[in-house]
Design a protein around this ligand. Structure first.
Ligand code: PEP
Length: 254
């Protein structure tokens, strides 16, 4: 396996119900429990399955994370789950600003920022910030502008405790769930840009940047071999045990 530390993050979205999530978590735990590993694996199940999947997966060294959370710890916020509540059931990570949140649920850059602040100030979770441009923004040559705006809103003047990894997922909106993956060399260019912008916003930090958007067992290797791609955030292909295990196995060739 590669010299660089690799990150395999699985976003199960709302694809799997409680039983299906637990069956997949148990199957995964069974497959990897005695295998030596030098990569970081994190699963983001639906919120209802967080506690049970965390128990199963944390036991075998696999982390769990919440797909979305609210920026206040407790109170009259019907239907919400706070980040600290996720930490209390075993989570280590939190996705923030996933494109499905930004576009389907109209989450703004400001909301992304206050979620980040809550996570950093009130929890020990590591946030995974998702950024990426839409098809139209790319067609209008606005990719850099969009990435800069999302990153600036998230990190400008933010105090970062260097003990905590700074993780970003570059997920072009047009590549998510479409089968239309970004060319690996193109993704590498965007990762380089993201790294540069983050370094201007927060000093002395080495961002870990994952690629997400239609990653599967056939194309994952082409991303992982790029210099500034530290891992993958995978939706659909992570919800089937064989394809998820194959994505991990492909990295052995690095
Ligand atoms: C995602 O939801 O973060 C994602 C990358 O989805 P998919 O792999 O299905 O495109």
């Amino acid at each position: 396996m590669s010299q660089k530390k690799l990150y395999f993050f699985a976003n199960w979205k709302m694809y799997l119900d409680y039983d299906e999530s637990n069956i997949l978590a148990n199957g995964l735990a069974e497959e990897i429990k005695n295998k030596e590993r030098n990569y970081e694996m994190t699963i983001f199940p639906n919120a209802l399955s967080l506690q049970t999947t965390s128990q199963t997966l944390n036991d075998v060294g696999v982390n769990t994370g919440i797909q979305n959370g609210y920026w206040i710890d407790k109170g009259g916020y019907t239907g919400e789950t706070s980040f600290i509540m996720a930490e209390n059931v075993g989570c280590k990570y939190a996705l923030v600003g996933h494109s499905e949140r930004r576009h389907q649920f109209k989450e703004t850059n400001h909301e992304v920022r206050i979620k980040l602040e809550n996570i950093l100030n009130n929890t020990r979770l590591t946030p995974v910030l998702c950024v990426g441009e839409t098809q139209q923004e790319r067609a209008e040559d606005k990719t850099l502008e969009v990435l800069e705006a999302q990153l600036r809103a998230a990190y400008d003047s933010l105090t970062w405790n260097k003990e905590r990894d700074l993780i970003i997922a570059y997920e072009p909106v047009w590549a998510i769930g479409t089968g239309n993956a970004c060319e690996p060399l193109d993704a590498q260019i965007q990762h380089e840009r993201i790294k540069k912008i983050v370094n201007q916003l927060i000093s002395d930090i080495k961002p870990i940047i994952l690629y997400g958007g239609s990653v599967n067992a056939e194309n994952s290797f082409d991303y992982l071999k790029q210099e500034d791609i530290s891992g993958v955030l995978v939706g659909g292909a992570s919800t089937k045990l064989e394809s998820w295990l194959q994505i991990i196995k492909n990295a052995e060739k690095l």
